[in-house]
Design a protein around this ligand. Structure first.
Ligand SMILES: [Zn+2]
Length: 96
């Protein structure tokens, strides 16, 4: 029986997945989970969208509405590992 990923595991893998540094085996497991879990699929799409926007925009130029949306999104996902969100937040907001 395969070890299935659970929703709470997704947050930990997501960062590497979007970065393209996730191990192929884990990537496959993650994609299997996404195929079967609309919630996580929506989650990862929002995440990707946010990362793409943050690449296009300078962090300081992030629109307030996006920042607000991100903030409430993070709140709604308060079950995710804090370290993951901290990394995400630092990445978006810049480390300065
Ligand atoms: Zn899930």
């Amino acid at each position: 029986m395969n070890a299935m990923l659970r929703c709470r595991d997704i947050g930990k893998l997501l960062y590497d997945y979007v970065d393209g540094t996730l191990e192929p085996v884990l990537k496959q497991q993650l994609e299997q989970h996404l195929a079967d879990c609309p919630g996580c699929l929506a989650f990862i799409n929002t995440y990707k969208q946010t990362i793409n926007l943050s690449k296009e925009l300078r962090p300081k130029g992030m629109p307030p509405e996006l920042r607000q949306r991100l903030r409430s999104f993070i709140k709604s996902k308060s079950l995710q590992p804090p370290g993951f969100w901290k990394r995400l937040w630092l990445r978006l907001a810049g480390s300065s």
